[in-house]
Design a protein around this ligand. Structure first.
Ligand code: ATP
Length: 256
């Protein structure tokens, strides 16, 4: 299967702090990838570098066959790669409807925008109910829905989703992941989801990457990752997470 996203030897840093240290990965078109890893592993930096918010120091990002390395974020959005940031970042003083329309500001196909608005509101009926209210009045879960819905209004080929479960109850988290799956299956949109809740991420995604210290230490189909003793121990809380105080990853495995 052809890769929609192909990342090679990507490096990103904040001054002297190297946050992403030579990441190579590929995500096939129409698939869901998840990126797991401890705090400070470089997950958010990786997403921000893919979407052009951070500049890469080295390496390349090929998206849909185009080299998008170091392009402006708006140009990368135009190519169809859209990020939903951690913490959602909705415009609190704009209405839910206007937040959604902000998502479509780069588009000129008015009919397509109208169609997508209808589809998106069907995914998230609560946003239809609250369309006229200020986005700042929504609950955390509803704001997460709005952030995903706004990303969909950009007609993405791939969505980069940073910690969608942040601050949400298990029930709401499940609802968000159910919608992620629906978007993927019904629209064919690929996703890369950074998530602390490894259980739900590995149950939803097709392929997984584990990042530690800015490097990928493990990757594979989620069905295989879920079965691995080291993953179960350190990420799925089966067998005393982190009890040994160190991780013994099996040799990095290629899944392609
Ligand atoms: P978390 O799960 O806590 O969100 P993460 O895996 O997303 O962590 P990043 O936020 O990408 O990790 O951080 C990677 C490294 O870069 C960390 O050492 C972090 O302290 C550092 N870092 C992140 N943002 C900045 C910044 N704006 N300025 C300086 N250093 C930063």
């Amino acid at each position: 299967m052809s890769a929609l996203l192909e990342v090679k030897n990507l490096e990103a840093a904040y001054g002297p702090v190297k946050a992403v240290r030579g990441v190579s990965l590929s995500v096939p078109d129409g698939k869901i990838a998840t990126v797991l890893g401890p705090n400070g592993a470089g997950k958010t930096t990786l997403l921000k570098t893919l979407s052009g918010i951070n500049d890469p120091k080295r390496g390349s990002v090929i998206f849909g066959g185009q080299d998008v390395t170091g392009l402006d974020p708006s140009e990368i959005v135009r190519q169809g790669l859209v990020q939903v940031p951690e913490g959602r970042e909705v415009f609190p003083l704009l209405s839910v409807h206007d937040n959604l329309m902000m998502g479509a500001y780069l588009r000129r196909d008015r009919d397509g925008v109208a169609r997508d608005l209808e589809t998106v509101l069907a995914y998230f009926p609560i946003l239809k109910e609250r369309a006229k209210q200020d986005a700042g009045l929504l609950s955390g879960g509803q704001q997460q829905m709005l952030a995903i819905a706004r990303a969909l209004m950009q007609a993405p080929r791939m969505i980069l989703l940073d910690e969608p479960s942040l601050g949400l109850s298990p029930k709401l988290t499940q609802e968000i992941f159910d919608i992620v799956l629906r978007i993927n299956r019904e629209r064919g949109t690929a996703l890369m989801v950074v998530e602390q809740n490894a259980q739900i991420a590995l149950a939803t995604a097709d392929i997984g990457f584990i990042l530690e210290g800015g490097r990928i230490v493990c990757e594979g189909p989620c069905a295989e990752l879920r079965e691995r003793a080291d993953i179960q121990e350190f990420y799925l809380g089966m067998g005393g997470q982190g009890a040994r105080g160190e991780k013994r990853w099996k040799k990095k495995k290629s899944w392609q």
